[in-house]
Design a binder for this molecule. Structure first.
Ligand code: KIV
Length: 266
């Protein structure tokens, strides 16, 4: 299988083929996901909850992100790799460059940062130095306390307009991909049409250019918390092993069957 590049990911948007993304934090799953057709592996700072048992992504450090990025990069076969910059690791220009370069040296192909218009200088800084950037908008978990909890964003006209303005700003600054988390389906669909870069949704309906889920959630391993946008791909009579669960996810994402309207916000 040929390894994805920035161009091949962008080409999926142009061909209107949805992009299948899952989080990965270790070497074995990296290999399994990549071998079973996942286009993009995201080393998300969700590892704070999934791997470390924290209540949020805030305690995750750059050291953690570098370690898990190295683990994933070693066994990846063909997927594009995005790694999250951890909480407050891009607060200043110097930190942004130092920390993004650590992730690239650990094996990431692209770094992800949470934020809108205020991120424009950081995105430009990284892009000028040849580092591909994924921006993350909507529910931005590193700001969970400021947002008042894990809530659906952009539900009213004013905040939907602000989300569009932020999305256009990060695209103009040079972001190559945009993650939209927990926003109404129509809002995410409209932004996806307005942008030239691919959008990847989580809890954002099936009109984005791709979908991402936390791996452990889509395997049904998280029994404490099941938001409505999560589907357990193991819960199917035709699925008997991990590879089949991942293939079912890829197939439903590519066919725009997942997420359906019950798994989306209106
Ligand atoms: O950290 C993460 O896993 C993420 C996804 C949920 C988009 O940012």
């Amino acid at each position: 299988m040929k390894k994805h590049t920035l161009h091949s990911i962008q080409a999926l948007k142009e061909k209107q083929e949805p992009i299948a993304v899952l989080t990965a934090y270790d070497s074995s799953f990296s290999q399994l996901l990549s071998e079973n057709g996942i286009d993009v592996l995201l080393i998300g700072d969700s590892l704070g909850m999934v791997m470390q048992g924290h209540q949020s992504t805030v305690p995750v450090t750059m050291k953690d992100m570098v370690y898990h990025t190295q683990c994933v990069a070693k066994s990846n076969q063909s997927s594009w790799i995005i790694a999250d910059m951890s909480y407050m690791s891009y607060a200043t220009e110097k930190q942004t460059l130092n920390n993004a370069s650590k992730l690239m040296q650990a094996g990431a192909n692209m770094v992800k940062l949470e934020g809108g218009e205020w991120l424009v200088p950081s995105i430009k800084l990284l892009k000028e130095r040849g580092i591909p950037v994924c921006a993350h908008l909507g529910l931005t978990p590193q700001s969970v306390d400021a947002l008042g909890g894990y809530k659906v964003q952009a539900r009213d006209k004013r905040s939907a307009e602000k989300l569009l303005i932020d999305s256009l700003a990060v695209e103009s600054a040079g972001a190559d991909i945009l993650v939209l988390e927990c926003v109404p389906k129509d809002v995410a669909g409209n932004i996806s049409k307005r942008l030239k870069i691919p959008t990847i949704g989580i809890g954002a309906g099936n009109q984005t250019d791709g979908q991402v889920l936390v791996l452990q959630d889509m395997l049904g391993l998280n029994t404490n918390f099941k938001p409505k946008f999560v589907k357990n791909f193991f819960e199917n009579e035709n699925v008997n092993n991990l590879s089949q669960a991942i293939q079912a996810y890829v197939s439903e994402v590519k066919g725009r069957e997942f997420p359906n309207d019950e798994q989306s916000f209106k």
